[in-house]
Design a binder for this molecule. Sequence first.
Ligand code: G6P
Length: 371
Amino acid sequence: SAAEKDGHDWFMRKEIFEQPRAVADSLLGRRTAEGLLQLDEVRLSDDELRDIDKIIIIACGTSFYAGMVAKYAIEHWCRIPVEVELASEFRYRDPILTRETLVVAISQSGETADTLQAIRHARVQKSKVLAICNTNGSTIPRESDAVIYTHAGPEIGVASTKGFLTQLVACYLLALYLAQVKGTRYGDEINEWMDHLEAMPAHIEKVLESAEEIYELARSHKETKSVLFLGRHAGYPVALEGALKLKELAYIHAEGFAAGELKHGPIALIAEGLPVLCVVPPRGRDQLHEKMISGIQEVRARGAHTICLAEEGDEKILPYADKLITLPKVPVLLQPLVAAVPLQLFACELATAMGNDVDQPRNLAKSVTVE
Ligand code: G6P
């Protein structure tokens, strides 16, 4: 009923708007009075964690994209090599697992068969398994050595939204916690990142305030047959997630690419009028921002209609953006928390305009319990 949906037409839309609260809840109680990061649910000793020499993240669907973001964060903060692997591929390729390998399984439902079989395989090889999960007492956390629960609350829409954002939060927390334990980052810096994280609910709220503008954009794409998404660095998994949302909900061809890879093939897809959604990294000392802009310039010169998500005050993007959606100013590693939101709104509204069932897309299930 509309009441259960808080007056929204779909659970998905309600869940998109719950994200500031879900992110805030997932951050709650993580700092001690002494300013240390604590994760009660991580029942692995500091010694065990210090011995970890490799991390393999395993997940499916949207959760896999959260894992891709986690790789950027963990490698940057902790200097531990991270592989991210689709659960369905993992155990069939004879992966190298030792007692010093930490396998991180990300699953909103905690019941995905591909992910469950993968962690069973890892545990037989004596690796430690940590689950990031939204469902208390579900199978994957029960079969893991440790768990970080996300606090999104029940997610009913089949396409994951608040599940994804809270998984990102759990991944950042895990990365900072490992950095603290391993001593690769110190208190002040960890606290600064926690401050950034704690500012995210307000930033997400700000993005949600521009929903109407994104809806209008989405409705104007009702006849679109194909949409491309471009991103770099942590924006690359966001591009993949944006494309997945469109496939799931609008049933149209959508593909995400690493912007730097365009010139190695995908640029051949660009045709007059093709919508290209670009997740523009924040301006910074590295050249990410400039390189992204030159990629956008390339597709636009070939006729693409560019829709750019860029931080407020970014003037360099203006000449190349046919449509601009502004994002709050946040560090690049955390940008997925704000950049994913307009893409969720876009997919939800486009699917609604097409007359699709947003909460129950065709052929999909909320949790897939068969391999
Ligand atoms: C299904 C859902 C996706 C979800 C994936 C992984 O395919 O339709 O939305 O991302 O499973 O689910 P999990 O519960 O393991 O995160």
